[in-house]
Each structure stands twice: as C-alpha cells, then as structure tokens.
Write a new protein. Sequence first.
Length: 324
Amino acid sequence: MSCLVNLALVATSLCAATLLGSTAVQAQSPQEESSPTKYLRVSRDKDQKPEALETAVVSFSPKSGEKNVTVDLVSAIHIGDDVYFDALNRLFEDYDIVLYEMVKPKDVTPARGFSDRQQTPLALVQRMLPSMLDLSFQVDSIDYTPKNFVHADLTPTELGEAMRKRGETGMSLFIKVVKEVMQQYQEEWANGGSLSGNVSDAEILSFLTRKDGAQQLKALIAGKLEELGPDMGLGATLDSILIVDRNEAALKVLKEQMANRKNGKPLRIAVYYGAAHMPDMASRLTKDFQMQQGDVSWVQAWDITRASKKSALEGLLQLLQQPQ
C-alpha cells in the first residue's frame, strides 16, 4: 500500500472524526455498559462483517438520587443516513432543552442547509465526504429552529480569542496539527497497525468507481473511527482547541440552564455534541456537576449494508458540478 494512499486514509478518517459523527435506538441497562470507553461503535454480523456505525446516548442524573433532573449526552457524527437525522429530530422533541454545538455568531439562527456555510471552500471540503459516501450532512438535516434548542458553543471571535490565549496563530496551529497527524501515522505504520494492511492503490481506485464502493469506504472509515478510540485521534493541539475550550463553553450554558430551573420542576436536557467531545463531557458531569451515569442507548448512524445509488466518484463529481 503506497505512502500516499495511507496518508489519504488518515486524513479522510480524521476529517470524518472532526465532522464528527431502519434507524433504531437500542437501550442497554447500566449493568450491561455502565461506563463506555467509546461513544461510537461498529456493529457486526456473525461473520464479523460491519453492518452499521452507531452513536451513543448516555444518560446522567444527580448522585444525590434526585429523579427530576437528567442530562443526556447525545453523541453526534456530523454525516449520516437521512433516517439517522430523522430519528434525532424526533428524539429532541422529548427534551425540555437541547444544547447544541456550532461555532457561529450569537445572532445567527441556523436553518437547514445554513447557507452562510455553503459558499466557502471549507464547506465544499466538508461536503466531499458525505457526497462520496452517499450520506447527508448534519446542518442540512437537523432542525435547529425549535424553541427548546439553545446554542452552547463558542462564537468565531471567542474561538479566535481562545487560540490567542494559548499563543496560537493560524500558521503555528497548522504546523502543530500536521506534525501530530504525521506522528500518529508513523507510529501506526511502525507498529503494524491498520495503515500497513494489504489495501492496494488499485483497490482504493476501485472503491471510488464501483457502485458498491461507497459501502466499502464506509466500512473502512467506520472501522478506523472505532479504532481511534475516545479521543478520535485528534491530537493534543486540536483536542485543546476543538474539545476542551468548547466543552467549557457548553457546560457553562448547562450550568445556567440548570440554575434557571423553577420549583423543582422536572428537567430533561440533551447535550448534542460530536462523539469526540463526550469522554471529557462525561468526566466533567461526574466531577463538576456531581452526576452519575445511567442508561446507555445506541442510534444507528450509517447502514453500511445499504446499497448506494451511485459510486463515490459519481457523488463527488455531482457535488463539484453544483454552483458554489
């Protein structure tokens, strides 16, 4: 397998992680899985072939035993099947408050498609992967307009300020991230990890051109995301900027919403954030909010067995032909 193809797979997987994250919600009792080490998993058939990529919904309640407050960490992967986002839209109707992530100005209410993002080169890059995999993009599919949705993230200005406080510039950030990705790549290659497997350049090209190629690519990327583990392989720099700073902002809003609770009224809150955010979120809920984990359920995000209507290359070309 060539170095170029290996590096492309690393970049694609990390892109999916940071984008990241019939549909069924399958409940498990706290005894079965009381402390998940991952918030994204791949389900497999009896022959261990990947069938679906699933995201976790993990419930927390006060250690005091109070029953009228729950906080659910609803893990997100930001590209998925249409039925996945339909299921989430229905799920969010059951919450009093849905705290959601999105780096945006405070006075902007995102509608489906969020056209301000569509005209940028970054938006085009973000849409390449769902186009190739025959999946939908979160901002096109989630309804952010209901009254129970509350923004719980940094603004672009606040994110820039957080970077400056850490002594980061655009160039220094770029250099650090590339260095960390390359280090991860080199370590995995040296240790005989999945990147040193027997996948040829011809097979990669075949994935792009065959009708079932999108399914094969989904299986590869889903396996890589599961393998990366709870930190999604982001590296120390991206972890600090994309995870720690934004989680602090989200849980500040959570504390405000819980403080506004009136007369012991039951309160059910969802925190809808990328799966890579959730291990840190869970730790903060346990330590700072004195909460304990309860039930875990899983939502099917990708049906890997679903036949695609077009090849990955056709999906990419169709995207590039759209007016930008």
